[in-house]
Design a protein around this ligand. Structure first.
Ligand SMILES: CC(C)(COP(=O)(O)OP(=O)(O)OC[C@H]1O[C@@H](n2cnc3c(N)ncnc32)[C@H](O)[C@@H]1OP(=O)(O)O)[C@@H](O)C(=O)NCCC(=O)NCCS
Length: 190
């Protein structure tokens, strides 16, 4: 599937030490998007604690950087301790960057990461009125079975294969190279 993203956008995993960028992204969400993301109105303090917890829980966090600024995030959180077989996935894209393919690209990477980590079941909490997220989930019909009636979507992911592991490995390598290039360009501009 061809990925269409806004100009200057790069999808890559967040690195250790980029928690502040994640926190700032979530705090920038408009009230409606924040409500949809967390399934209700939540305070800034809740958001801050939530992001810190993701860091502690070894979540896999993919980000969409546009001109170096984090504009979209997809988080994959293991549910349970030890070798968890289930995880929770959640997405957020800042309003100005919604409907430009960012959510689709982030969900695609998250499904691949879930598969490669052996998560057999993926939960997605989605409000019944969140048509945008439901439309997005429908694009991944082949990999995703989403029960909107129950509000919680469940994904039964396929088993990892050498090819699926290679796809994630290559995406990480590409993300790293692009980030280095971006940093270099900024240093030259400064
Ligand atoms: C839900 C969300 C992650 C989608 O991200 P996005 O970047 O807007 O998604 P995309 O641009 O990839 O669009 C995906 C699909 O959604 C649908 N879509 C896009 N804009 C839409 C709109 N305004 N209304 C209804 N459906 C829409 C389309 O089917 C689109 O697929 P297409 O581009 O092939 O037509 C984003 O809107 C968001 O962050 N919302 C607030 C937080 C949230 O709801 N999170 C989900 C709970 S976990």
């Amino acid at each position: 599937m061809q990925e269409v993203l806004p100009e200057g956008a790069v999808i890559r995993k967040l690195w250790i030490g980029e928690t502040d960028k994640y926190r700032e992204h979530v705090l920038r969400l408009d009230p409606q998007s924040r409500h949809s993301r967390f399934g209700g109105g939540v305070s800034d303090e809740f958001v801050e604690n939530y992001v810190d917890l993701s860091n502690a829980l070894d979540a896999v966090v993919h980000g969409c950087f546009v001109d170096g600024e984090l504009r979209g995030v997809a988080e994959l959180r293991p549910l349970g301790l030890g070798f968890a077989r289930q995880a929770e996935a959640a997405l957020s894209v800042e309003k100005a960057w919604q409907s430009h393919g960012v959510g689709s690209a982030l969900l695609r990477r998250t499904l691949l990461a879930a598969r490669n980590r052996g998560f057999r079941l993926l939960h997605m909490a989605c409000l019944a009125e969140n048509h945008r997220m439901q439309q997005l989930a429908r694009k991944f019909d082949a990999e995703l079975s989403f029960d909107f009636g129950n509000v919680i979507g469940e994904v039964e992911s396929s088993r990892p294969t050498p090819l699926s592991l290679m796809r994630e490995f290559m995406a990480d390598g590409h993300g790293f190279a692009t980030a280095m290039l971006d940093l270099h360009t900024r240093m030259l501009r400064a």
